[in-house]
Every structure is written in structure tokens, then in C-alpha cells.
Design a protein around this ligand. Structure first.
Ligand code: GLC
Ligand code: MG
Length: 680
């Protein structure tokens, strides 16, 4: 569809990838089902009628915004696909299809020098833990030199290590150590923005008309008292207030979608794109296997940076997003970066080391040849299923994997809401997603990361304090994450069932987002206690406390005072305790990852849902690609005993949270992985 206008019917919009995502997103945010759009009467409504009907909610300009965004994307802009851009389509699926990723938040993983800040030598000292767990690829959250306004997501030097984390030599050792143990390593590439202390930004504001002025989004002010006038548009920062900061020295406004020290780069400038590609090549030459690309779907902004639609802003919380969540040149910038930065050129020297291959039994083989294309994992907040497919389809030459965040909150909820997450939504989300993906698509499976409270706590609330429920649910989530089709990303602590913290004061918090929000609430008149209570359900701090290696106040993280203290100190939920307990969450992860490696059906096999309408039972088959056996996976999504559906295939339990028997009922959050018995 090239031409969208007011007379277009809703079904045509819904047939367009971005239109469908946008409508699904609005419905999700309103807590409504998308079945509504498929109703023939509704589907035949014209866009201008919908806009009129929805006026109280969305306003008429909404339709216009949709029309503008739709025109940028979709099948029409399909590239001429390279037949096999990264070796896909070959007999072997790319390595990451079968891999288990593990995200390390280096500041809170392990501190080697007692300054209370996790560091690279700390990570290296714990590589055996990751290798034993069965991890195939380690993702390190930011480690580059940074003033840490947003904990490294504000880079000052893309080719230097943050002083408190170590040196380039420490990173070289970490890379070699990971490769030697059969694990690849990817870093965080934060290039939607740089720190305001980056030399490019300093040069830009020293001379806005000079060569660096166009590296950022700088705009002159309006005549007035200080020459600033109102900000150039109504876009909001994700961390509070306007997305514009007045720089008196330069007499310019500068765009920052995040903190005031995170300056958005102007990707329309080819020199910016060339710099980024060069950074990627530089790190690949050191042996890095790829990157996770921070808020990468925000890099292309609509020309002229127009005001955001107020209704969309109100609904989604941030005016302006429709102009950059999936901007007009996003696809082409990603393709260019893939070719110019991530793809090995002929004759490129081999990196100092490559990963040792792992055999299905887990033992190590020889070092693999360098990957033809380093992996690109996109952090893509706000994209729906169709946009995810456009960005990560293997024939499109853009990203390899993307994160779709819609799984993290229940319908109509946002991160700050205090509610109990219902796992039947999680089931619905994945069944809906999996029904829409084809063999060219890939999805990342994740529940926890450094930007979210722990999934265990979202589901259990205060009952996360019950060690039995906590253990059972942690195993159930692991089962879902490690055996659904997709590439799992574990976040540090998930393997020991980490939960949220009982923070008691704002002094416990470190995150710029939490602190800004707290200040805003206080300024609006909330008491301290109230403001804290409204922040804690969504605070990113929960996931950023030190890893619990051992019992005791230091948790084996540091001999010094941690930069941020954890408050959760339950017995039995440290790595040391769990390693010694055969029934622990940690050992369950190990066993399951081992099984996954040994049984190709669990990664490459077909997928068939069972009892798909049940809200309490989540069961599915992974069917063998070759002559191997099929697998039956079952999870009780509730904290109650449930009955199994009838007419399930006969199967032999191989791994389960409660025992090796399958009966007519399932215990609270019970999970079972069984080999389907051959024969009728
Ligand atoms: C991503 C990061 C988050 C950071 C933001 C801005 O969402 O995961 O931690 O604050 O981007 O870089
Ligand atoms: Mg340290």
C-alpha cells in the first residue's frame, strides 16, 4: 500500500505492518483485544470515520499521524534481498538461533579491587560460573568511558574503558577468556546519543556552524530574554521534562530523548554513520563478536522534527514518539551499518581469538572461523510484532534479533503500575507472536533486564518472599524462556531466582530515572513516602543491585562498600547455596540448558501449542526436525493446583520442577519437560 488517506479502510491499515502494530499497541494500551479490529463491520470502516468515532480518545490528528508514519514503511520499501546476507538460508542456521545469551550488568556483577564497583576483572573471575551454566554468548552492558549520568549509557569515548571498570588489556583478557570457554562476547553500542562530554558534542557547541555542529540536533532559539524562547518542539524526555536543553554557550537547543547529558546524534549526517561503522570495526578487530544496539529504532527522526501528536503522547506517555520510534530512514541506516560495520571485508585480518565451538554434549572443540557478520541485537522499545519482523527478518539485512517489550507488562499497564502480572497474558502474547512469524523471523525471549523490575516479583508480588513459590515460578519461567522457539536472553541473577528489593528510602536508589521521577513527584506535592511508593513498582534499581554470590552482607560481590546496596537477603538464594542444592533454580537452569544443547528439537524443532485457550495450563510440543523424538513441555501458570487437559500425548518426564511423574494434576507453577513416547 503506497497511498494511505482518510478514505482508506481500517482493514487496509491493519494489513500494513506498521498500521497493524500501531493499532495493536493502542488497543493493548487501552486494555482491549485486537479481535475487535477483525470484526468485519469495524474492519470496513474508513479511516476518517474511525478518527471521528475515536475522537474522544485519540483526536482526529491521530489518523493523520498514522498515515504519515505508514507511508515510510512496509513491503514497498523491501530491499532487493541478498540471497543469504549472513549465511542464513545455508544448511546450518546461524549460531545465535541455538544460543543462550546472558546479560551482565558489569557494575553489579563482581568487583575485583574492592572499590565497590563491579569491573572487568571481576567478570573474568566469574566466567566459569557462566560457562558452567551453559551460556553461549555474554552481553556486557556499557563499559566505555562515561560520566555515568545514565550508568554508561552516555558514552564519552567509544574506544576507551571506563576507568573504574579497568583497561583495554582487561577487556582483551575477558574476551580471550570467554572465547576459550566456548562463549562469544557482545558489547553495548549506545549510538542514538553520546554523552554531552563526548569530544564531538564539545566541538559542536564550541562552533555550531563548524564540522561537528551537524553531528547532533541543534536548533537556534527564538529572540527573547536569553535568546532561547520555547523549545523547538513538544517532544518529551524519557527521564522527565522536555527533550530539549538550552546550551547558552552555543545559543542552541540540543535534543536529548533521555537525560540532559545524553545528546541525540543526527544520523542523517553521513559522517555520523561512518563514525559508528568505524567504531564497530575497531571493536571487531579486538575480537568482539557483535553488539547489542541501544534504542536503535530511535536513530532516524522525521525531518524537521515536527511536534508530536498530543493524543499519542497522552496515550503512550511521551509526545513525539511517532516521529522516531520507527523513523523514515531506519531500515536503510541499519542496512548500511550492517554492511559497513558488522560485515567482514575480504582479506580482513582475523581477530586475536575466536570462540571455541561446543559440541552437543557440552565439551569444547576447536576455535570457530570468524563470523562473516558480527551479530546485531537490537534494543527496540515500542516496536510491535510486524515492525520486529521488518527489522530482523533474515532476508532483510538489518538486525538479527530484536527485543519486543510488549511481553513485560499486562494489557493497559505501564511499568510504574502496581499490579500483579497475570501469566495467562504471557502465554497469549507468545502464542500470538509465534503464530505470526515465519522461518525467516527470529525472536529474542527475555523477562528480566537492567531496565525492569524482576518478573518473579511482578507475578508474585509480596509472595515472592515464599521460597517455595519463588523457586517453582523461577523454574517455570526458565522452562518457558529456554524451550519456546526463540533465542533466550537471561539477565544476571535470573539463574538464582533474583527478586525485587525492599528499598526503604530514596537514598537506596541510584538511577537517574528513579531520582528524576521522585523529584518530580515531590515537586507536585507528594510526600516522600508517597513518591517512593509510586516509584518502586517500576524502578530500574531493583535489577541493578550486586549479584548475590554468597550469603552474608557483602554477597561475595565486593570487599568494599557496593555502589548500590541490595536489600534482599533471603537464605538459599545465592550462587554458592544453590550450587550445593541439586533441586535449586541454578541447577535447573544448568540441566535445562544442557538438555537444550543435546536435543535439537528444543531449539530447531517445530512448535505446536496444546490447549491454546486455557488460561492456566501452558503446554506445547517441539517436534523433531529429523528422526529424533518430539518433546512435550508443560507449565502451570498459576499458584494453584490445576488439572491437566485430557488427551495429551504419552510422554516420559526428563526434567521437572517437582518430580519425575506426570499425574492428572499439576502443582502451583509446576513445569515438566517430557520426551514424547513413540507409537500411538
Ligand atoms: C536503553 C537502555 C537504558 C538506557 C536508555 C538510554 O533503554 O537499556 O538503560 O537508559 O537506553 O540509553
Ligand atoms: Mg571495582
Amino acid at each position: 500500500m503506497t497511498h494511505v488517506e482518510a478514505r482508506t479502510r481500517l482493514k487496509e491499515i491493519y494489513g500494513h505492518p506498521v498500521g497493524r502494530d500501531a493499532i495493536d499497541k493502542v488497543l493493548l494500551q487501552l486494555g482491549r483485544s485486537s479481535r475487535w479490529v477483525r470484526n468485519p463491520v469495524v474492519a470496513n470502516l474508513r479511516l476518517d470515520t474511525v478518527a471521528r468515532l475515536a475522537r474522544p480518545v485519540l483526536g482526529e490528528a491521530f489518523a493523520q499521524s498514522l498515515v504519515t508514519v505508514l507511508a515510510d514503511h512496509g513491503p514497498d520499501d523491501d530491499p532487493t534481498p541478498d540471497p543469504a546476507p549472513s549465511g542464513h538460508g545455508a544448511a546450518q542456521p546461524p549460531w545465535w538461533r541455538r544460543a543462550v545469551f546472558y546479560q551482565v550488568y558489569p557494575r553489579s556483577f563482581a568487583d575485583s579491587d574492592g572499590d565497590g564497583i563491579g569491573d572487568l576483572r571481576g567478570v573474568t573471575s566469574r566466567l566459569d560460573h557462566l560457562a558452567d551454566l551453559g551460556v553461549d554468548c555474554v552481553w556486557l552492558s556499557p563499559i566505555f568511558d562515561s560520566p555515568n549520568e545514565d550508568m554508561g549509557y552516555d558514552v564519552r569515548d567509544y574506544r576507551a574503558i571506563m576507568a573504574e571498570m579497568g583497561t583495554l588489556a582487561d577487556l582483551d583478557a575477558l574476551i580471550a577468556g570467554a572465547h576459550e570457554r566456548g562463549m562469544r562476547i557482545i558489547l553495548d553500542l549506545v549510538v542514538n546519543h553520546t554523552s554531552a562530554e563526548h569530544p564531538w558534542f564539545r566541538a559542536a557547541i564550541a562552533d555550531p556552524d563548524g564540522p561537528y555542529g551537524d553531528y547532533y540536533h541543534l536548533r537556534p532559539g527564538a529572540p527573547g530574554e536569553d535568546g532561547s524562547g520555547p523549545p523547538p518542539n513538544n517532544w518529551a524526555s524519557f527521564f522527565g521534562g522536555s527533550a530539549w536543553r538550552w546550551i547558552p554557550q552555543a545559543q542552541r537547543w540540543a535534543l536529548h530523548l533521555f537525560a540532559p547529558g545524553q545528546m541525540d546524534l543526527n544520523w542523517d549526517n553521513p559522517r555520523v554513520r561512518a563514525e559508528v561503522a568505524e567504531i564497530v570495526r575497531w571493536w571487531r578487530a579486538r575480537g568482539v563478536d557483535g553488539f547489542r544496539l541501544d534504542v536503535i529504532n530511535y536513530i532516524s527522526k522525521r525531518g524537521g522534527l515536527p511536534d508530536g501528536n498530543e493524543a499519542i503522547g497522552a496515550l503512550m506517555g511521551f509526545p513525539g514518539i511517532e516521529h522516531y520510534f520507527f523513523g523514515p530512514r531506519l531500515h536503510s541506516y541499519l542496512r548500511e551499518l550492517r554492511t559497513a560495520g558488522f560485515t567482514r571485508s575480504p582479506g580482513e585480518p582475523a581477530p586475536p581469538s575466536t570462540v571455541r565451538t561446543r559440541r552437543p554434549d557440552g565439551t569444547l572443540g576447536d576455535p570457530a572461523p570468524p563470523d562473516p557478520v558480527a551479530i546485531m541485537v537490537g534494543e527496540t522499545p515500542g516496536v510491535g510484532v510486524e515492525m520486529s519482523r521488518l527489522l530482523s527478518g533474515s532476508r532483510r539485512g538489518e538486525l538479527d534479533l530484536v527485543f519486543n517489550f510488549d511481553v513485560l507488562e499486562g494489557p493497559g499497564k505501564v511499568r510504574w503500575d502496581d499490579y500483579r502480572y497475570d501469566l495467562s497474558y504471557l502465554k497469549r502474547f507468545y502464542l500470538g507472536y509465534l503464530a505470526r512469524v515465519g522461518p525467516d523471523d527470529a525472536l529474542a525471549l527475555f523477562f528480566d533486564n537492567h531496565d525492569n523490575p524482576r518478573m518473579l516479583s511482578k507475578v508474585l508480588g509480596a509472595r515472592a518472599g515464599d521460597p517455595v513459590l519463588r523457586t517453582a515460578l523461577a523454574k517455570a519461567l526458565a522452562t518457558i524462556q529456554l524451550t519456546l522457539p526463540g533465542t533466550p536472553f537471561l539477565f544476571q541473577g535470573q539463574e538464582i531466582a533474583a527478586v525485587d528489593q525492599d528499598f526503604t528510602s530514596v537514598a537506596d536508589l541510584r538511577d537517574v530515572e528513579s531520582l528524576n521521577r521522585f523529584a518530580e513527584l515531590r515537586a507536585e506535592g507528594s510526600t516522600e513516602a508517597d513518591a517512593l511508593a509510586r516509584i518502586l513498582p517500576g524502578a530500574r534499581d531493583h535489577a541493578r543491585v550486586p549479584m548475590r554470590w554468597e550469603p552474608g552482607p557483602s554477597t561475595g560481590f565486593s570487599t568494599g562498600t557496593p555502589w548500590q546496596a541490595g536489600r534482599e537477603d533471603s537464605t538459599g538464594f545465592t550462587v554458592a547455596e544453590q550450587a550445593a542444592d541439586p533441586g535449586s533454580v541454578l541447577n535447573f537452569h544448568r540441566d535445562l540448558i544442557g538438555l537444550r544443547r543435546a536435543e535439537p528439537a528444543l531449539t530447531d524443532g517445530g512448535f505446536r501449542a496444546l490447549a491454546s485457550r486455557s488460561r492456566t495450563y501452558f503446554g506445547w510440543l517441539r517436534t523433531a526436525p529429523g528422526s529424533g523424538s518430539d518433546w512435550l513441555i508443560e507449565v502451570n501458570l498459576t499458584d494453584r493446583t490445576i488439572r491437566r487437559p485430557r488427551a495429551l500425548p504419552r510422554a516420559q518426564v526428563v526434567l521437572g520442577s517437582t518430580g519425575m511423574e506426570r499425574s492428572a494434576t499439576m502443582a502451583p507453577y509446576e513445569c515438566v519437560i517430557s520426551r514424547v513416547s513413540p507409537g500411538p
